[in-house]
Design a protein around this ligand. Sequence first.
Ligand code: FA5
Length: 358
Amino acid sequence: MTLDELRKQLVQIELQVSSGVCELDQIDCVRSFESSVLGKQGSIGLLLKNIRNYPPEQRGQVGQIINEAKAKAKAMIDARLDEIQRETLTKESQNTSAVDPTLPGSVESMGSLHPVTMVQLEIERIFERFGFTVEAGPEMEAEYNNFDALNIPADHPARDMQDTFWLNNGKVLRTHTSPVQHRAMKKFGAPLRIIAPGRCFRYETLDASHENTFHQVEGLVIDDEISIPNLIAMSKALLREVMQRDVKLRVRPGFFPFVEPGLEIDMNCQICDGQGCATCKQSGWIEILPAGMVHPNVLVAGGIDPHRYSGFAFGLGLTRLAMMKYGIRDIRVLNSGDLRPIVCPQRLGGPTLMNKTT
Ligand code: FA5
């Protein structure tokens, strides 16, 4: 075929495309029409295949002519596809039962923050309102910060209270968030108001309320004339705000080498309303907020004069508080990937856990 004949044939094909495509009103039909023109065996496709039959010096020009025609045909076909899609959407929007493409996506399929994270963020907001700063410390901690700086020297029996993961580099996976007390004293001096939420690790036997990986929130206030009543008042206010109702608390003496005196503040078990269950080990109470007045040795280790300042500290069991808030009876589900509902059906009133219903 000469170049002139080729040009004439391409004009014919363009005419056929422009009239043919307008008669089609289904996407599928346009697609098969497209392949009858542009596909390998289509009218333009075959012309492209035949380029090799032209003398080498003509092939460039032939290719250019055919590709121009191909681009025009493609543009006409695409324009028709667009038209059909728009017409379909218009028809669907006139039909009330059709999908409304402007509506937001389904909320069902969205995830949520982890329950512990939700409570942590809530606690941070509460304390920030009271003028606390939120501090962080490393999960892999120096032995000194985890123990010695907190008045627990190497030979002190209190080291046995926290079964520790020791690392080959001599450090430990922190057993509590209390080392952040020491870090904060060194960093800011006195007066001081911080909380430090974070993950802790203990070589524990697991049960409904003990995990080897769990969260605490450390709190530390150092100022003039800080006292135990301040600590108890703050604890009550905090737990009331997080639980969104008054909860029964029990205060008893507790021993921690880094406080003197030391307290255990327990919360009425929200799973069984204090009747006794596996979560509270049949006691009706959950250990949630050990606390006390900062020991003078800890102030000295942190570079603070114990004759000038006093302070209180607490170590809130954040994971257990999340369990109480959301009625989760077994701590182990919180570190598992099991997404089935985990909320206790008998739990007391209060907030529900996002899309997890019973
Ligand atoms: C401590 O860890 C102290 N550092 C707390 C403290 C800070 C006392 C400041 C005084 C002053 P204890 O080992 O009791 O204390 O842990 C504190 C809380 O963390 C417990 O009441 C409990 O709610 C939670 N907790 C402890 N061990 C686990 C565990 N294995 N799994 C889940 N939660 C735990």
